[in-house]
Design a protein around this ligand. Structure first.
Ligand code: GLA
Length: 728
């Protein structure tokens, strides 16, 4: 049993294979957090010994006990306004205008399997893979009830959490904050890691010591954003890839989010993660319920690598869905960097012919095939084939491409609308804007009101029509701006605060409907590259275009940051031309192939423009990806260097059974008169013997892990590394 309950002491213990999460409803019914960490087999409440702390008041029921303070105790879900002055998890305004929530234990239930969340993406599991605990808390004065849901997936060392908030009263209550996670850690010193960035430079890893006070990451852009990914790691200062304690938290949500970490007066740490409260108000009428998005949590005391393995497996096997979830992904050729908007049928077929000849599986027609779309000023919303560009129409083009032995994919940016479009001329009121206020434009475009069911219906219909009109196997779902000017005609004035979350619910509803209606289509997420790279989108799209930055050198840093939580199969990654279109950098062709292979692989250039030698390399890279693809996507991923700090980016894929290993990467700079570098491998069987492909040289697993492999001599900058070892 993953969930154990001591009914007398009201202690709830959630156990995974290697971790333990514990809480207790105390004598006053306050649900206290006791422990999240290694398995101890013990009631951990003995660690809770609190002094009388000045200016930290006491609950009324505690009488003269000045040591009992909500301001110092570790809480499972802190309500605002009742004497806990740290970051709250939940806040509400009642009908009388007061805003306090004092949540106390009411009841609990244990259920087999994993709970789901209506309308929101969440971890799923078979009945025998998970167990769910529901703890019901009620406010001491109002009729607000909060059910905390915990699911335990023991084999993955995963605990998931969310909250369901219900108004049991007669009068409405307005939620002003409803976090998914509140995690209080009373002991130890902690650093935190987050992943910041910008367009074309996403998920840059940053590790910092926690200071006293509040540190925060978040997004108010309506998407999870390029700027701050909704994932956070806490780790002890001595934590490395292979040793030390760490906790990972990933929000399964694609809208505005906030994570606050507070180091309080006693040095305790609180992490609160969820929907960004600045863009959230939610009215709960009598009897209504609000469900928060989910957070995935994992703990490791063997370093960051173990934590990443937990998240990779959890996201790949329990978030991603559909036909392509575990399937080998097609090798793509995307025309964006090859042509931008300047293409016609002939040009696309020309690109396709060479791609087919070299072994590419699928051609993806990017932006510009619809409406009036010769640049980014017009056309969004008009999802009808532009027959001036594509004479003969889509069906004809697709049939020709299929005739070459390839499949066909297509780009959409469903949530957007150009003012210069037929859709806007017909439905200007479908664009998000505040009446009588000029809206912000970004990339010249406006955003459709996804909270409006008519908009969802229109998009379902036009996109379905396109997908039915030809044999389309793949959809790239793009989203190219941040959202502001929040307003929807579908809600009254006093409920406009619900709009940002309702936008996300509308997006998810459409994605759910389309992915269900087209189960054979591979959906790839995208938002100006990786601006919406989150576990929420991965529930609908098993892969996401990782970044608009296709420079192999910069990509190693972006993919490094991405790898802490997200599996390699989720990372859309392509070889592009040089000088690179984002940085002007020139890297060797082979290096670009190596970096792109650590993902869902493809090309983004006109293959006709390559030299004969490069074309041969393309064919060889595709052959290599077909050979190593299963190991890359199903193997365990190891970060062998930190490219943010070292002069090389090296990573490894080891087969789950230790039978083979692939080392890939790039040596950034060459130096004269230096020893060749070595790098120690991980995750091998020490006893086994491995041969390096293309040589007769055999090593023991112990040697490869202790002595390391001798890397190629760096010659010129950005020397590629590909070394494959098989068990002999
Ligand atoms: C975004 C995507 C690109 C490309 C363009 C098209 O920037 O990330 O890959 O699809 O839009 O406009």
């Amino acid at each position: 049993m993953a969930i154990q309950i001591d009914a007398e002491k009201k202690i709830f213990t959630l156990e995974t294979d290697h971790t333990m999460y514990q809480m207790q409803a105390d004598a006053y019914g306050v649900l206290r957090h006791l422990w999240y960490g290694a398995k101890t087999g013990c009631d951990m409440s003995y660690l809770q010994d609190y002094p009388d702390v000045g200016f930290s008041g006491n609950i009324y029921a505690a009488g003269n006990d000045r040591t009992y303070s909500l301001d110092t105790l570790p809480l499972e879900y802190a309500g605002a306004g009742v004497g806990d002055f740290r970051v709250p998890a939940v806040a509400a305004v009642h009908a009388d205008g007061s805003s306090a929530l004092d949540l106390r234990y009411y009841s609990h239930t244990v259920k087999p399997g994993k709970y789901g969340i209506e309308g929101l993406p969440a971890v799923y599991a078979a009945e025998d893979e998970a167990e769910t605990l529901e703890v019901v808390l009620r406010d001491t004065a109002s009729a607000v009830e909060v059910t905390l849901l915990y699911a335990v997936l023991p084999a993955l060392d995963l605990v998931t959490r969310c909250a369901r908030i219900r108004n049991l009263g007669e009068t409405p209550v307005t939620l002003t904050k409803a976090a998914s996670l509140c995690l209080d850690i009373s002991r130890g010193s902690w650093e935190w890691v987050h992943f910041h960035g910008r367009h074309a430079m996403e998920r840059q890893m940053e590790r910092r010591l926690l200071f006293h006070g509040i540190q925060e990451i978040g997004s108010t852009r309506g998407t999870s954003s390029h700027h701050q990914n909704p994932t956070v790691l806490l780790c002890t200062p001595d934590c490395t890839e292979t040793a030390g304690a760490c906790i990972g938290a990933a929000l399964v949500y694609s809208g505005s989010h906030q994570t606050r970490l507070e180091c309080d007066q006693l040095g305790q740490v609180r992490m609160v993660m969820g929907i960004h409260p600045d863009l959230f108000r939610w009215e709960l009428k009598a009897g209504e319920t609000f469900s928060t998005p989910e957070v995935m949590l994992s703990y490791s005391d063997t370093g960051l690598e173990t934590l990443s393995h937990h998240f990779h497996q959890a996201i790949r096997e329990h978030i991603c869905r559909g036909k392509y979830q575990l399937a080998e992904r097609p090798v793509l050729i995307n025309n964006w960097e090859a042509t931008y908007f300047g293409f016609d049928t002939e040009k696309i077929l020309h690109i396709a012919e060479e791609a087919a000849r070299l072994g590419v599986d699928m051609l993806v027609l990017d932006d510009g095939w619809f409406g009036k779309r010769d640049d980014d000023c017009s056309g969004l919303g008009d999802w009808f084939v532009n027959e001036t560009k594509l004479s003969g129409g889509l069906h004809d083009l697709v049939e020709k491409i299929k005739g070459m032995g390839m499949r066909f994919g297509i780009w959409f940016e469903p949530e957007m609308i150009s003012e210069d479009s037929d859709l806007y001329r017909k439905h200007p009121d479908w664009a998000i804007r505040i009446p009588d206020r000029a809206p912000m434009r970004s990339r010249y475009q406006l955003v459709l009101d996804m909270a409006n069911p008519e908009v969802q219906e229109y998009l379902f219909r036009v996109m379905s029509d396109v997908l039915h009109s030809a044999d389309i196997s793949y959809v790239k779902w793009d989203m190219n701006r941040s959202i502001s000017d929040w307003y929807t005609r579908t809600l009254p004035a006093d409920r406009q605060g619900e709009m940002p979350h309702r936008y996300v619910l509308g997006l998810y509803a459409l994605l759910e409907r389309l992915t269900a209606a087209f189960p054979d289509v591979l959906f790839e997420g995208c938002s100006g590259g990786g601006g919406r790279f989150d576990a929420g989108m991965l529930y609908y799209c098993p892969q996401i275009w990782c970044s608009d930055d296709t420079d192999a050198y910069e990509r190693t840093k972006i993919q490094y940051g991405t790898s802490f939580f997200y599996p390699v199969s989720a990372v859309g990654s392509h070889v592009s031309t040089v000088p690179n279109h984002q940085t002007g950098r020139i890297t060797p062709f082979e290096t670009r192939g190596t970096v792109a292979m650590a993902g869902s692989f493809g090309y983004e250039l006109d293959l006709n423009l390559l030299s004969d030698g490069e074309k041969q390399e393309v064919a060889e890279q595709i052959r290599q990806f077909k050979t190593y693809g299963p190991l890359i996507h199903n193997g365990k991923y190891y970060r062998l260097t930190n490219p943010m700090a070292e002069d090389a980016a090296l990573w490894e894929f080891a087969a789950q059974d230790g039978s083979e290993v692939l080392v890939q990467g790039m040596l950034f700079h060459a130096e004269a008169n230096v020893l060749r570098r070595t790098v120690q491998l991980r995750g091998l069987d020490a006893e086994k013997r491995y041969r390096l492909d293309g040589t007769e040289q055999v090593y023991t697993g112990a040697a490869l892990m202790a002595g390391g492999v001798l890397l190629p001599k760096a010659w010129g900058d950005y020397t590629p590394v590909t070394m494959h070892f098989s068990e002999v």
